[in-house]
Structures are given as structure tokens and as C-alpha cells.
Design a protein around this ligand. Structure first.
Ligand SMILES: Cc1cc2nc3c(=O)[nH]c(=O)nc-3n(C[C@H](O)[C@H](O)[C@H](O)COP(=O)(O)OP(=O)(O)OC[C@H]3O[C@@H](n4cnc5c(N)ncnc54)[C@H](O)[C@@H]3O)c2cc1C
Length: 422
């Protein structure tokens, strides 16, 4: 690779949050890029997600602030409650916590669509090829040739040449599978998540994310829509989590399937608090999805010559700590920086791996220990049943230490984010 990055052609497999953000970064750096997405039409699917300040700062640097504000909620607080509804821990988030950018709670599909619109606008529809499912590739000293098929029919669609392939093709990454053919299905945590989204009255201040319960019975709830808030309502995203012993079905299609209230609602029947009626939330929700909580074991290598992995393809993690997409956005910036900084393509991809693999792998493992949410189980273990509104089982110093340790590990402590240039 010469020094002129405009001569490079980067191919990205996957138009999710990681792939699309990478396309925006590369375009901003003047590096030609093409995105190949497996589905024929991107739709705003999914439910809620939180984008932490370290990722928000990066999205703002891509001029996405207005688009984010038009749809997401600027999260004000994160609060953990016991199964009796008493407060274990509460902390300000985003601007309220002293960051110079907000945290957003946002509909995942809306986030993907706003990134998609920005990509189309900036790199042109001709460089975003939907209905292209990566099926294989070859590489040599001159470049990489990537093959695509129609995912539904298996029919070959065509091959494209580039200097680099970034596999941003999610937790079931074909790119990763080619390098790690024996890996098999993701690792099932033993927990099932039932997820729903419903418009209702706001709870608390209308901008607070709450987690209720313990390690074996948990609710995660947060509002996700500024439009709904503007109309005096609240679009509330909820997740109910329970342990279910099973083997993970081999097919991805069998994971995110319509859920049945009868399978879980009775476990949350008592969680009717004066600040939020959780059984009612479940009751008024029409569509519910059932999803196993899964991740992948960390792998020792992401970059193989001209091909590398990014986002969930590289480091799918459990959602504890709300960080998977935020880390993918961080990957996008790092890979672009390394392509600009290093003279050689292969060297740049290795440098990206050197910077990102170890810290993100540590986070994957930390999230298996339930991340910052572990204090909920600890409070439960120590609970004497005397706490009413405020749980006093765990020392405040300890709670602060756990919260700040996780933020440091995930790279979003206030100092690191505020020092990060935008
Ligand atoms: C319950 C739950 C809650 C979560 N909450 C949060 C949160 O609050 N905050 C957070 O930061 N993260 C959260 N995450 C994680 C987050 O959703 C993911 O980390 C993030 O979406 C990963 O983005 P990605 O682009 O790497 O992968 P994906 O979003 O999975 O995108 C991959 C894309 O690649 C396409 N694709 C697949 N195969 C191919 C192929 N062969 N060729 C071409 N295209 C292909 C897919 O269609 C898809 O569009 C949560 C996850 C779950 C399950």
C-alpha cells in the first residue's frame, strides 16, 4: 500500500452498527469503501440499546448529533433495584454525570437506519450493496477477492476485489468462521431474555434506565424514543431475564423468535412498585421476542493478512454493561486511524488488532461475571429484608468502586471520554 489512501479499496461485509460506522469513518478519512449487506432491505428491527458516551463522542465526530437527538433519549440515570423494589444504587449518566457528551437510550433499528441513511448520503447507493451475503474470499499480495451469494437461494451473485476486507458480519460471522472453522455455535449463558417495547406513561423522570432483581431473575427497562417523549408518552423497552436450561438451537432463526407471556410473566407478578408496575408493562405489550443470551469466547487473532474482524464478529459479548455496539463503534475509529497511520495494509490491520483485541476480550470475560450488575445479586445475598425504599446492604464506597471499575475497563470513565478528542 502506498501512502495515498485514496488508492485503497476497502470492502466491508455487514451493514450493522459496526460496518456502517466503519464506512462513515473511512469515508471521512478519504478512503474508498463499499458495504455489502446480507439482507435485501434494511428495516428498523430490534428493540432498545444504550450507546455509551465513549461511542457517542465518536458518532458526534461523524456529524450524527442531530440525527441521534431526533430519535434517542438522552439518558439521565442508571438505577439498580432489589426484587422488592428498593433502591440499591443510582448514578447519573451522560451529561448529568459530567461527560461532555450524552449517553443515548435508543431503538436499535432506528440507530442502524440513521447510520444507513448517512452512509447512503455520503458514499452513494452504488457503494452499498444489499442482498450480498459473503460466502468466501481469497487473498494474495495484491489484494483480496470476496465472493457473495444470495442468502436465501444460495445462488452466486458475484465477486469484488479490494485491498482490505473487514468482516463486520455479526455474531454468526462467516468471515470469522472461515478462520475458525471448528468454533461452532455461540456460547449460551443459560439465560433467556424476553424483550418487548411498548408506549405508555413515563416512569420516574422519563430518562432513567432501571435494572431490577438479581442474577437469576432480572428486569432491564428504559425509555428509547424522544418523539414519544415529545408527545407526553414514553416508548419503554423492557427485557425480562430468567435461567432456562437448554442447548442452543443450531440455527440463528430459532433464537430471536416470538415469545409467550405464559413462559415468564408469572415470575415477575410481584414486581408492582410505586415507581413502576412491571406486570402491567408486560401485560400491555403486544409483541414479545424470546432471545437466548449468548456471546463468543475471545479469540487470539482478528487480523489475517488483508482480512480482519470487527464488532460482534470479533467480540460478541453479553449485554451486561450495555457495551457491544459501543465497542464496535470504537473499533471503527481505530481501524481507520491505523489505516491512515501505517504505510502497509497488513501492518495497519495488525496494529488495529494490537490496540483492540486484548481490552475488548477482557470486557467479554467481565460481562460473563455480569459486569457492573453483579451488585444486584450481592445485595440480594446480603439482604435482611429490612430495607424499604433504600437498600443499605452494600457499602456506598463498594458500590462506587464497582461502577467506576467497569467504566474504566470498558473505556468510558468520565476523564477518558472528556479527554478523547472529537
Ligand atoms: C439483548 C441485547 C441488548 C444489547 N444491548 C446493548 C446496549 O445497550 N449497548 C450496546 O452497545 N450494545 C448492546 N448490545 C449488543 C449490540 O446489539 C451488538 O454488539 C451490535 O449490534 C453489534 O454490531 P455489529 O455491526 O458488529 O453486528 P450486527 O448488528 O449483528 O450486524 C451484522 C450485520 O451483518 C449482516 N451479515 C451477516 N452475515 C453476513 C454476511 N455473510 N455477508 C454480509 N452481511 C452479513 C447482518 O445482516 C447484519 O446486518 C445488545 C445485544 C443484545 C442481544
Amino acid at each position: 500500500m502506498g501512502n495515498n489512501k485514496k488508492d485503497l479499496q476497502v470492502l466491508i461485509a455487514g451493514g450493522g452498527i459496526g460496518g456502517l460506522t466503519t464506512a462513515l469513518y473511512l469515508h471521512k478519512a478519504g478512503i474508498p469503501v463499499k458495504v455489502f449487506e446480507s439482507v435485501t432491505e434494511l428495516k428498523p428491527l430490534g428493540v432498545g440499546i444504550n450507546i455509551q458516551p465513549h461511542a457517542v463522542k465518536r458518532l458526534f465526530s461523524l456529524d450524527l448529533q442531530d440525527a441521534l437527538d431526533a430519535t434517542g433519549i438522552r439518558t439521565a440515570r442508571l438505577s439498580f433495584y432489589s426484587k422488592r423494589g428498593s433502591l440499591i444504587w443510582t448514578e447519573p449518566r451522560g451529561l448529568d454525570a459530567g461527560y461532555d457528551v450524552p449517553q443515548y437510550s435508543i431503538h436499535r433499528g432506528e440507530l442502524q437506519m440513521l447510520l444507513y441513511r448517512a452512509v447512503i448520503e455520503r458514499i452513494g447507493t452504488e457503494n452499498v450493496l444489499t442482498g450480498h451475503h459473503l460466502s468466501g474470499f481469497e487473498q494474495d499480495d495484491n489484494g483480496v477477492t470476496v465472493h457473495f451469494e444470495d442468502r436465501k437461494t444460495g445462488e452466486t451473485i458475484g465477486s469484488y476485489q479490494g485491498d482490505i476486507l473487514i468482516g463486520a458480519d455479526g455474531i454468526m460471522s462467516k468471515t470469522r468462521q472461515i478462520f475458525y472453522p471448528d468454533e461452532g455455535v455461540p456460547v449460551y449463558s443459560g439465560l433467556i431474555l424476553w424483550r418487548g417495547i411498548v408506549e405508555t406513561d413515563a416512569y420516574l423522570d422519563g430518562r432513567t434506565m432501571v435494572m431490577v432483581g438479581n442474577a437469576t431473575r432480572k428486569a432491564v427497562i428504559y425509555p428509547v424514543s424522544q418523539q414519544s417523549m415529545n408527545q407526553g408518552k414514553s416508548l419503554v423497552n423492557w427485557i425480562m431475564e430468567l435461567p432456562i436450561h437448554m442447548d442452543l438451537p443450531p440455527k440463528k432463526e430459532d433464537w430471536n423468535r416470538p415469545g409467550n407471556k405464559a413462559d415468564f410473566a408469572n415470575q415477575f407478578q410481584q414486581w408492582k412498585f410505586d415507581w413502576l408496575d412491571i406486570p402491567n408493562l408486560i401485560d400491555i405489550t403486544d409483541s414479545i421476542y424470546e432471545f437466548p443470551m449468548i456471546d463468543r469466547d475471545p479469540i487470539p487473532q482478528w487480523s489475517f493478512g488483508r482480512v480482519t474482524l470487527l464488532g460482534d464478529a470479533a467480540h460478541a459479548m453479553r449485554p451486561n454493561g450495555s457495551n457491544g455496539a459501543s465497542q464496535a463503534i470504537w473499533d471503527a475509529e481505530t481501524i481507520t486511524d491505523m489505516l491512515l497511520e501505517k504505510d502497509e495494509t497488513v501492518q495497519a490491520l495488525k496494529a488495529y488488532e494490537d490496540l483492540r483485541l486484548e481490552p475488548v476480550s477482557n470486557l467479554v470475560l467481565e460481562n460473563r461475571k455480569t459486569g457492573p450488575e453483579k451488585v444486584m445479586q450481592e445485595a440480594d445475598d446480603n439482604c435482611t429484608g429490612d430495607c424499604t425504599h433504600q437498600c443499605t446492604c452494600l457499602a456506598r464506597d463498594y458500590l462506587e468502586t464497582v461502577a467506576s471499575r467497569y467504566k474504566k475497563l470498558a473505556g468510558f470513565d468520565t476523564d477518558s471520554v472528556n479527554q478523547q478528542s472529537s
